[in-house]
Design a protein around this ligand. Structure first.
Ligand code: ATP
Ligand code: MG
Length: 386
C-alpha cells in the first residue's frame, strides 16, 4: 500500500527532519479509509514550495515545478510522484497565499477544500487528522460542502460538478444526495456556463467512470444541472446499460454514448480517439448488426460496447453468447480481396462488387466462405448453393 511505500516514507522523512509537517490529504486519505485504490498521493506541508524543492533536491529526489503559482511541486521519490502543496488559505483580496504557523494552518487548509470527506489528513504513521468532521461524513457516505454551499460554489462553480462526481463514487445511493448541497447546486447551476469546457469534460468523464453513475446523473438532470454540463444529454438509458454491463470493466465512453447529445464530443473536448469511439458506438446502435459483425467492424472492446449501447437504447436484452460472438467477429477476416474479382470486375464496378459481397458476408453473420461468396458474383450463376 502507498502509505508504507519507501519512496513516500523517505519524502515525508526529508520534510519532517527539516522541522516541517508532511500530511497526506484529499483523495489518497479518503480512498485509503474506504479501501479503494488510490490514484495520486497529495501531501500538504507548511514548507514553502521553494523550501520543498531545496530539501528534496538536497536528498537527490527529482522535483518537477508543476504549479509553483498554486504552491505545488511534484516530487518523484522511489519511482512514485507526490504532489506536495503548501498549506493555503483563501484570501479574499489577493487569492491564495502560503501561510506558516501549523495549528491554525491545517484548519485553514481544510477550510478551502471542497467537501468534508476531501478535507481529511493523515501523517506518515497513518494517524488521521480530521479538522472538519469529514470522517463521520465519509462513514455515512455523505457528501457535504465545507462551509456554506452557496458561498463555496460562487467561489468555484466547478464544485457543482465535483459534488455530483464524488456523490457518484462515494455517496450512498440509498440515502440520496445531501439536500442542502443539492439545493445550492440547483440554484447556481447557470454558473457552469462560465467554466472552461476542459474542466467540465474532466469532471464529467470521471463521473461517468463511477461504478454506477446513473443515480447521480438523474439527480443532475432533476436539479437542472445537466443541461449546463452536457446539453442535449438524456440519462434515461443509463440505468438499463449499467444493469447490462454488470461485471464488465467500466468504460465511460460507453456510458457517454448512451446518454450523449449530438455534440458531446465537442462539449467535453474529447480526444480524437475518444470522440471517434463515442461516435462509432452511437452510429452502430442505430444499425441492425449482429454481435459478430460489430466485433469485426469495431474490434473486440468497442464491438462489445456497441452491443451493450444498442441493447440499452432499445431497452432490449443482449443476445445469448454475445461476448463470444463479438470475439469471433473481431478475429474474423473478410475472405475476399480485389485480386479475387479481377479481371471480371474493374474500376468502380470492382469497388461495388466488393461492397456487395461484404454485405452478403455480414448478412451470413460472417459465415459464408470464400468459394461460396465468389460463386455469388457470377450473374449467370445466381443459384450457387452456399
Ligand atoms: P481523485 O481520486 O479523483 O483524484 P481527489 O479527491 O484527489 O480525487 P482531486 O481533483 O485530485 O480529487 O483534488 C485533490 C484535492 O484537492 C481534493 O480532495 C480537494 O481537497 C482539493 N480540491 C480539488 N479541487 C478543488 C476545488 N475545485 N475546490 C476545492 N478543493 C478542491
Ligand atoms: Mg487526486
Amino acid at each position: 500500500d502507498w502509505l508504507s511505500h519507501p519512496g513516500t516514507q523517505a519524502l515525508c522523512a526529508v520534510l519532517e527532519t527539516a522541522g516541517h509537517k508532511a500530511l497526506f490529504v484529499g483523495g489518497c486519505v479518503r480512498n485509503a479509509l474506504l479501501g479503494v485504490p488510490v490514484a495520486d498521493v497529495d501531501i500538504a506541508t507548511d514548507a514553502l514550495p521553494s523550501e520543498v524543492s531545496r530539501l528534496a533536491e538536497a536528498a537527490s529526489l527529482r522535483v518537477v515545478p508543476t504549479g509553483i503559482d498554486h504552491g505545488t511541486v511534484t516530487v518523484i521519490s522511489g519511482g512514485c510522484a507526490h504532489e506536495v502543496t503548501t498549506f493555503r488559505r483563501d484570501v479574499e483580496t489577493d487569492g491564495r497565499r502560503a501561510v506558516v504557523a501549523f495549528a491554525s494552518e491545517v484548519a485553514e487548509d481544510a477550510a478551502r477544500r471542497d467537501f468534508t470527506m476531501n478535507a481529511l489528513y493523515a501523517d506518515a504513521r497513518g494517524r488521521v487528522i480530521d479538522p472538519l468532521g469529514g470522517l463521520p461524513d465519509l462513514v455515512a457516505r455523505r457528501l457535504r460542502f465545507v462551509g456554506d454551499a452557496h458561498l463555496r460554489i460562487r467561489e468555484d462553480y466547478l464544485r457543482i460538478l465535483r459534488f455530483f462526481r464524488f456523490h457518484a463514487h462515494y455517496g450512498d445511493p440509498a440515502q440520496g444526495i445531501d439536500p442542502e448541497g443539492l439545493a445550492a447546486c440547483a440554484e447556481l447551476a447557470a454558473g457552469i456556463d462560465g467554466l472552461s469546457r476542459e474542466r467540465i469534460g474532466a469532471e464529467m468523464r470521471k463521473l461517468l467512470a463511477a461504478p454506477d453513475p446513473a443515480p447521480s446523473l438523474a439527480a443532475m438532470a432533476r436539479a437542472g444541472v445537466l443541461v449546463y454540463a452536457l446539453p442535449g444529454a438524456d440519462p434515461r438509458a443509463l440505468a438499463p446499460l449499467i444493469h447490462l454491463e454488470a461485471g464488465l470493466p467500466v468504460r465511460w465512453q460507453r456510458r457517454l454514448a448512451v446518454i450523449g447529445g449530438q455534440e458531446v464530443a465537442e462539449v467535453l473536448r474529447l480526444s480524437r480517439a475518444d470522440a471517434g469511439t463515442v461516435a462509432a458506438l452511437r452510429e452502430a446502435a442505430g444499425r441492425l448488426l449482429t454481435p459478430a459483425a460489430l466485433g469485426w467492424k469495431l474490434g473486440e472492446a468497442t464491438g462489445a460496447d456497441a452491443v451493450l449501447v444498442r441493447a440499452a437504447l432499445m431497452e432490449g436484452p443482449v443476445p445469448a453468447g454475445w461476448q463470444a460472438e463479438v470475439a469471433r467477429g473481431a478475429a474474423a477476416r473478410f475472405p475476399i480481396s480485389a485480386a479475387d474479382l479481377i479481371p471480371a470486375f474493374t474500376g468502380p464496378a470492382l469497388g461495388q462488387e466488393l461492397k456487395r459481397l461484404e454485405t452478403l458476408w455480414l448478412q451470413s453473420d460472417l459465415r459464408l466462405k470464400r468459394d461460396a461468396l465468389l460463386g455469388e458474383n457470377g450473374r449467370d450463376r445466381p443459384d450457387t448453393p452456399r
